[in-house]
Design a protein around this ligand. Structure first.
Ligand code: PLP
Length: 364
């Protein structure tokens, strides 16, 4: 990590003041830096992205009896917080290219119990948030963004996770802005921010007037992790440039690999979260698993990504299958990138992917 010396000094200084059960200086500083960086009124730091989503849903008032529309094209961590909030996830399909929610399906799934829609910016790609916001206003629904993979992604001059009721982020290792484990939420709404600060810390400070008494959580971010997060936030532009460079390099090196169609970069504002390609070869899932076995971490092969509506533990919430999401996941190679991956490693990845693709694809 560049700036490691400075980080070590900052951590040592903090450790000299620990234990201090009332401490919060680093977290407060991080929150103010995040709010500045993303141009919002409030940032609230929490212990994970899952905690950020759970806290956000409770802060906007999602609870038992409510339904939340959520893409099937997502990971379990987007869905679990809806269930933890006592609400029901309702899975919505995506467009055939996976780049946005399918608005026909979205509208078909609204019921009188629907309270919110939770778009997920998977692999850092953002759908049409202006359209979604207009649609949500028409239906009097709140938008809570799962921007856990979208730090630094933008659409126009809007940062991912800003402009909706609340945007939620993860700082787990491997996210663009990381600190080991952690998360934060961004909002311009004073009441939501105050409710979130209360919910993350067992109701202290108390929630703003109008919120019913409730048993809350310990979702606080630890001070040493806030020091790491601040160091990474200070170099966020470099971290973003690195991801974008890695994704672009893989795209360039894999142009001719058979059965691997690198996706065009999804626009200027993409953070380059993962290298993305559509696999046109037979048995694409098995190919992803093979790559994972050869040391190339990827969403399907390494983390066994399946559409949320096909997960066994979510079966009781699944209605009609979301076919586009299933097709997109089955055919997507999403290579997981980190700031450790230098050009040599990326070139090595490309050589293995191209070699395996040549062996995997049937010859004419
Ligand atoms: C899209 C998405 N949502 C939510 C989460 C949950 O974040 P965390 O692992 O920090 O709880 C993650 C991170 O893994 C994620 O990728």
């Amino acid at each position: 990590m560049t700036g490691a010396l400075r980080l070590t000094e900052d951590l040592e200084q903090l450790l000299d003041t620990m234990p201090d059960p009332a401490a919060g200086t680093q977290v407060t500083a991080l929150e103010s830096e995040l709010a500045d960086r993303f141009g919002v009124r409030h940032a609230v730091a929490v212990s994970s992205g899952t905690a950020a989503l759970h806290t956000a849903l409770r802060a906007v008032g999602v609870g038992p009896g409510d339904e939340v529309l959520v893409p099937a094209l997502t990971v379990i961590m987007s869905v679990a917080p809806i269930i933890h909030a006592g609400a029901r996830p309702v899975f919505v399909d995506c467009t055939p290219d996976g780049a946005d929610l399918d608005h026909t399906d979205l509208s078909a799934k609204v019921t009188p119990a629907t309270k919110a829609v939770l778009p997920v910016h998977l692999w850092g790609r953002i759908g049409d948030l202006a359209r979604l916001g207009g649609w949500a206003d028409e239906h009097r629904l709140l938008v809570v963004e799962d921007a856990c993979q979208a730090q630094g992604s933008r659409t126009g001059d809007r940062h991912a996770g800003t402009g909706s009721a609340i945007g939620c982020f993860s700082m787990k290792d491997g996210k663009v802005l990381w600190c080991g484990e952690g998360g934060y939420l961004l909002t311009d709404n004073d009441r939501y921010a105050a409710a979130a600060r209360s919910y993350r810390s067992h109701g202290l400070p108390p929630p703003p007037p109008g919120y019913p008494p409730q048993v809350a959580q310990n979702y606080r971010l630890a001070e040493p992790l806030a020091v790491i997060a601040r160091a990474n936030l200070a170099r966020l532009d470099d971290l973003l440039a690195r991801r974008q460079h890695q994704a672009a390099l893989l795209r360039e090196l894999l142009t001719d690999a058979p059965g691997v169609q690198p996706a065009a970069a999804p626009g200027q504002g993409w953070n380059g979260y993962s290298f993305l390609a559509t696999l046109t070869m037979p048995r694409p899932r098995a190919f992803c698993e093979r790559l994972a076995g050869l040391g190339i971490p990827n969403s399907v092969g390494t983390f066994r990504l399946v559409p949320a509506d096909q997960r066994r533990e979510l079966a009781s919430f699944a209605a009609s299958p979301c076919g586009n999401a299933a097709a997109v996941i089955d055919r997507t190679l999403a290579v997981i990138l980190t700031d450790h991956d230098d050009d040599q490693r990326i070139t090595g990845y490309a050589e293995i992917i191209a070699r395996e693709a040549r062996a995997w694809c049937p010859r004419d």
